[in-house]
Structures are given as C-alpha cells and as structure tokens.
Design a protein around this ligand. Structure first.
Ligand code: ATP
Length: 484
C-alpha cells in the first residue's frame, strides 16, 4: 500500500487533502492523472448503465438536502458508527473495525476456542460468538455486544498495545449544515450521506416528466458525505466520496425479485471483470447475514475486492423493498404509488440497488494494475479507463523536422481519439517509456527518421513492450478500435 500511495503522489494521482496546511484527515485531492482516471471510470459506468440502456434514466440531485429527507430515510437516528477511544494513547477507532481486524489477524487461534467453555456476559450468546468468529464480521451487533467482545478477547490497541478502552458509543455520520446567515434563524439541513435518497425523493418527478415504465431504474453519480473517523488506506474510506448508484424499481407482484437481483449481480461482475479487466481471483461475493442486513432489506450482497489490507466491500447490491418510498410517502404526504399500465394496479414499487463507490473502484483498479517488473513499475490499466491513451514523442527534441512532424501527429490524435493524449520530448526514449508505464499509458508513439520518409510511426505497447510500425493515417483507428 505504501508503494502505491507513494506512486499516487509522485505521479499526480492523489495528494493528501489540504497538505500545505498540515493536511485534513480523511480528505484527498486528485491530481491531473488521477482526475482523468476518475472521469474515465465515471464516464464508462454512465455509458454502460445509463446511455446504453432503455430502462434507466439519470438525475443529478442536490448535495444539500432537507432535514426531513434524512429523518424519513432513518439516517438521522440510525446512520451511525460505534466508536471507542484508547484511554492510553487517545487513538479513536471504529469498534467494528477494531474487532474485525483482530478477528482477521487471529483467525486460526480463535477458531480453536471451545465456545462452550467461555464465560459469556448476558449480552452475548454462544451463537453470537460462533457467528463473529466464523464470519469475521460484527455488523449489526449492539454497542453492549461490541463492548463485551472487546473485553472478552482483551483486544489490544493497534497503536500502543494497551487494553484500556472507553465504552463503545454511537456517533452519527451525517454532516449537518446550517442554512441562512442570521444566527438563530438558521435552518438545519444535511449534506447527503448517500446519493440514493435523491432518487427516492425525485421518484414522482421522474415518473411525471418522462416515459419510464416499470421495471425501470434511476441512476446518479455524485458526492456523498460521511463523518468517518477511520484513518489510512488512502481513498478507500474518506469523508467525501463519489457514489454511482441505481435504484431499480419493479412491481413485486409481477416481477420476480430474485431474477432481477441475480441479473444485477451478473451485470456488476461483467462490468468489473470484462469491461475493466479486474483479476477475478481478487474478487468475491459476500452475502450479509440476517444480523448484519438492514431491517428493511430482504437480501444484500457485497462484491468485495482483495485490497492490500484485505477483502473489503467495493460494490453493494441490496433489495431495499418499498421501505424508502413508503417512508417518503408518509413523511412528505405525497402519494408515491404508481399505476402499472399492464396490470392496472396501483402499487408502491420495490427497489433493488447496486451502490458503487467510484473512489473505491479507483483504488481497486490501481491496486489490481500495479506491477513491479525487473526494471520498471507498470500500471496495466485497461485502456478504456487509462488516464492517458497515448503519448507522442519526437525521437530527438532538437531536430526541427522531427518535432514538426510529431506535433502534427499529436494534434491529429488529440482531434480524433476519445481521451487524453500527451506530448513528451524530455530525456531519452527509454526514460519516456518508463515514465508512461508508471501512469498506465497503453501506447507510446515515436516519430523517427523513417517517419519522414514513409509516414509510419513506432507504436510501443505498454504490456508487451513490443513495437510495431503503423501508418499515420491508420493510427487513430488503431487506437479507437482498442478503446471500444
Ligand atoms: P462500508 O461498510 O465500507 O462503510 P457501506 O456499506 O456503508 O460501506 P454503502 O452505504 O452501501 O456503503 O455505500 C455504497 C458504496 O459506497 C460502498 O460499496 C463503497 O464503495 C462506497 N463508500 C461507502 N462509504 C465510503 C467512504 N467513506 N469512502 C469511500 N467510499 C465509500
């Protein structure tokens, strides 16, 4: 992970947020190369799940939203993390993460415990202990249970090794904002904690202003905000992040939810493995247990990726039933039911939600692509999302004829290839190749003396390092065909 974060900073992927003022925990800024990658990921997702589909429409809801949105959705009460502080070194941690890391690291010892021999506090049953030891997860456990687990295993502080924790307490993740300039007259609103609510509160608007009919989806990419306290692991968990979510509405009396759910699983898998080329062995599905799942969800699975710090959620898929629409109907007093024209019945649709974190996908793609070879670091990013599609080099910087010809090729590629093209005339060709390998540029184009004679260039492939001669007139097609 350190190598990756060093590369992020050195090559302009990601910088620590507010760095010149000493940094601001859990915030990051994306540099020029990282920004291109982030945009390419979003564009590809949008193209795949909105542009190419007849049954999904996109929206952009506002980030600041009415406090009632979050009261109705249950976030003001239920959207919280359980925290503990180490009394000795003062480090503050999420209790679930402290425990889960411990369970992960001590898995083999813990599996040998004879649970029947443990003296358990009232709040923990033997089934609970078996569950968390096997699953290495404590989502859905109460504060009292988390407290009891920490005490039962005398979990030490990962920072100072002391076993001296404050009691576990809840901390709401929503960011309140005060609107209005006059103190006392300000009204409370929230920065959204998920993009999903934007789809639910605009459900009626979308139905009335478009021709959607069930089953259909509303999609959105945008920032969400959560007051996270966990540090580290780069952009994996930050206080502001981009989500790409779809609320896929259907008639539960007509459509088989399990079929829709399985189809989304398939689409998610294909997007990650086929469109983006992520290594299948580094991915796994994990279904939430009854304890862990939100009370309104009938089924939730996470697509997890094996990050340098272990398997963690990348993309969630949840059957949220009609909970959200019903809540908003009650709180807003709007009738959010619709008539299914085929059956003529008035229903509140149910919803299945694929919810992806764009920044987590960014980290996934870079972790998966990072390879150290004997004499180079290379990012084998899929060309579709590579930040730079091709770099153009004149063989020699001080030969005007080469530079002029290279400039023409450069301009032609900028005009005809969908994506960023880079110019580089520093140092020697070998160094320029290595520099492009590190940011995952799939192709380098060199204009040399032969170009002046026969209008062909050398195209060097990032992954194989093989070079081939290609006519300038075929170059744009050559790249565009590979970027489809
Ligand atoms: P986690 O359990 O890791 O906190 P979550 O289950 O709360 O995630 P969801 O509410 O399902 O996450 O959000 C959907 C997606 O948004 C997640 O799969 C993840 O990719 C992303 N995400 C959630 N929280 C963050 C965060 N703080 N920083 C970056 N991405 C996030």
């Amino acid at each position: 992970m350190e190598k990756l974060t060093a590369l992020f900073k050195r090559r302009g992927f990601v910088y620590p947020g507010s760095e010149i003022y000493g940094g601001l925990a859990n915030t990051y800024d994306y540099g020029p190369v990282g920004t291109e990658l982030l945009r390419n990921i979003k564009n590809l997702w949008w193209k795949e799940f909105v542009i190419k589909r007849d049954d999904i429409v996109g929206i952009e809801a506002s980030i600041i939203s009415h406090r009632k949105v979050w009261e109705a959705s249950g976030h003001t009460v239920g959207f919280s993390d359980a925290l503990v502080d180490c009394k000795k070194c003062k480090v503050r941690l999420r209790a679930d993460q402290l425990i889960e890391d411990y369970l992960e690291k001590n898995a083999s010892t813990l599996e040998e415990i004879d649970v029947t021999e443990l003296v358990l506090p009232e709040v923990l049953s033997q089934e609970d202990v078996i569950h968390y030891i096997q699953e290495k997860k404590v989502e859905g456990f109460s504060e009292a249970q988390l407290d009891a687990i920490i005490k039962l295993h005398a979990i030490p502080c990962p920072n100072c090794t002391a076993v001296d924790w404050t009691p576990v307490r809840r901390f709401n993740l929503l960011f309140p904002v005060k609107l209005g300039i006059v103190e006392g007259e300000q009204s409370l609103a929230y920065l959204r904690g998920e993009t999903a609510q934007g789809m639910f509160i605009n459900f009626e608007n979308v139905v009335n202003s478009t021709r959607v009919k069930l089953p259909f989806g509303i999609a959105q990419i945008g920032k969400s905000f959560r007051n996270e306290i966990t540090l580290g692991n780069s952009v994996f968990r930050t206080i502001e992040f981009d989500q790409a979510e779809i609320e896929y509405f259907f008639n539960p009396r007509k459509d088989d939810w399990e079929k829709i759910f399985d189809n989304w699983k398939k689409l998610m898998w294909e997007f990650i493995t086929e469109r983006l080329g992520v290594t299948k062995e580094n991915l796994r599905w994990r279904e939430h247990s009854d304890k862990e799942r939100s009370f309104y969800s009938k089924k939730t699975v996470d697509l997890e990726y094996k990050y340098p710090f272990g398997f963690k959620e990348l993309w969630g898929l949840a059957y949220r039933t009609d909970y959200d629409l019903k809540q908003h109907a009650t709180f807003s007093k709007h009738d959010l039911s619709i008539v299914d024209p085929e059956t003529n019945e008035k229903i509140i649709p149910h919803v299945i939600e694929p919810a992806l974190g764009i920044n987590r996908l960014f980290l996934t793609l870079l972790s998966d692509a990072y390879i150290e070879e004997k004499d180079r670091i290379v990012l084998r990013l899929n060309p579709r999302i590579a930040p730079i599609k091709a770099a153009v080099f004149p063989l020699l910087k001080n030969r005007q004829d080469l530079v002029e010809k290279a400039r023409k090729v450069y301009q032609m590629l900028k005009d005809s290839v969908d994506g960023k093209i880079l110019w580089d005339d520093r140092g020697n060709i070998g160094k320029r190749y290595l520099s492009q390998d590190e940011i995952g540029t799939p192709w380098c184009v060199t204009i040399d003396f032969d170009t002046l004679v026969d209008d062909t260039v050398t195209v060097r492939d990032r992954d194989t390092t093989q070079q081939e001669r290609i006519a300038i007139q075929d170059l744009a097609n050559y790249f565009n065909n590979k970027l489809l």
